[in-house]
Design a protein around this ligand. Structure first.
Ligand code: SAH
Ligand code: SF4
Length: 380
């Protein structure tokens, strides 16, 4: 089975090209076509000799994901459903210019990407795991979500750029890293990123590299449901990625009720791994805490949550639960959300309450795929 060209990093390409007797500068030309120009075919690589293009296409694939459904509009949160080469469906969510949620600087666009088809971890509230786990994404399938989203955004803005007073266009469009439409990444789509660790790291290395995506490491946040060994492994990597932990419960009793992984890695072990991460990276961690009515929104969770956040110097993102078709969980009333946030803040914790954009478009990942797959199944 041929591999996709974007599974390879620059070093591997240089080795391949030298075996072929091709000059190293050809690799940089190729990389520009792939990551700056986001081309979708070998033929577009016009400064590469035809014979080299032929060799490349004989040996590698250049799969382009197919957009099969899109929700939202250019100025709001947009959700993309992609079909992969084997027919599997995954989602990405594009969140437009906004003061950044996960990094200090304000950003233009944040893209939330998937790392697996489905998820094996079965958190009770989550749509991604409802139909189980199908497979890991390859590095190029993680990277392609960025490139394909940018292709769509670019084509939409070239349609509307004819309008003289269109203020909502990204400041600079076109090719090249300076005009990357996606300049913030959150690895919070479908799947558990750390269960696909090696492919994720390869994808992030390429998206981060100057010769690749050029997205700063501090602009990349990986979210995990709490895989302790991989948190420690990431701590030992030479990258400054940001880490978010899906906590959703501050006591083992509350957390185990909704996240089966807590039985394997209870809060004590999780907290120790986070401490290790911080000691190695000196970086602030974020706790994600979805508020689910009657499950984890009681004031008895506030003290243990604040205690944990203070101990780990973590900030807390409170997110009202997004209801999922077929599941009976609900978000608490706004009053209860505010009261919870206030109580956490009163204990000295930095907590944001994120009234989610895109609630109306099933913004939590996994939902569009689930709906589409069930609709397709219904049609057969
Ligand atoms: N598997 C990883 C990353 C993907 S999930 C993880 O669990 O962290 C990304 C985030 O979305 C997690 O914090 C997850 O708990 C949250 N999430 C899942 N379903 C949700 C829903 N219906 N409403 C709000 N957040 C949800
Ligand atoms: Fe998987 Fe994360 Fe959903 Fe849990 S919350 S089922 S780990 S995607």
């Amino acid at each position: 089975m041929p591999t996709d060209i974007r599974n390879l990093d620059r070093e591997a390409l240089i080795e391949k090209f030298s075996q072929w007797g091709e000059a190293a500068y050809r690799v940089d030309q190729l990389l520009q076509w792939l990551y700056d120009r986001r081309v979708t075919s070998w033929n577009e690589m016009s400064n590469l000799p035809k014979i080299l293009r032929q060799k490349l296409s004989d040996e590698f694939t250049l799969h382009v994901v197919e957009l099969i459904r899109k929700q939202g509009s250019r100025d709001t949160t947009q959700k993309f459903l992609w079909r992969l080469a084997d027919g599997a469906l995954i989602e990405s969510v594009l969140i437009p210019a906004n003061p950044a949620l996960y990094s200090e600087a304000s950003d233009r666009h944040t893209l939330c990407v998937s790392t697996q088809v489905g998820c094996a971890y079965g958190c009770r509230f989550c749509a991604s795991g409802l139909d189980g786990w199908k497979r890991n994404l390859e590095p190029y399938e993680i990277i392609e979500q960025v490139l394909a989203t940018e292709r769509v955004a670019e084509s939409e803005s070239s349609v509307t750029s004819a309008k003289p007073d269109s203020h909502s266009l990204p400041e600079s469009l076109g090719s090249g890293k300076d005009s990357r439409i996606v300049n913030n990444l959150v690895i919070m789509g479908m799947g558990e990123p750390f269960a696909n660790y090696d492919n994720l790291m390869q994808a992030l290395r390429i998206l981060n590299a100057e010769w690749g995506g050029g997205i700063g490491a501090r602009k990349i946040t990986v979210s995990t449901s709490g895989l302790v060994p991989q948190i420690r492994q990431l701590a030992d990597e030479p990258f400054q990625f940001r880490l978010a932990i899906s906590l959703h419960g501050a006591t083992d009793a509350a957390r185990s009720q909704i996240m089966p992984i807590n039985q394997k890695y209870p809060i004590k072990e999780l907290a120790e791994a986070c401490e290790y991460y911080q000691s190695r990276k000196g970086r602030m961690i974020t706790f994600e805490y979805i508020l689910i009515a009657g499950v984890n929104d009681g004031l008895e969770q506030v003290e243990p949550l604040a205690h944990l956040a203070n101990r780990l110097h973590a900030k807390v993102n409170l997110i009202p639960y997004n209801s999922v078709e077929g599941l009976s969980w609900e978000r608490p009333d706004e009053e209860i959300q505010d009261r919870f946030a206030e109580a956490v803040r009163n204990l000295g914790v930095t907590a944001t309450l994120r009234r989610e954009k895109g609630h109306d478009i099933d913004a939590a990942c996994g939902q569009l795929r689930l709906k589409t797959e069930r609709e397709l199944a219904g049609l057969q």
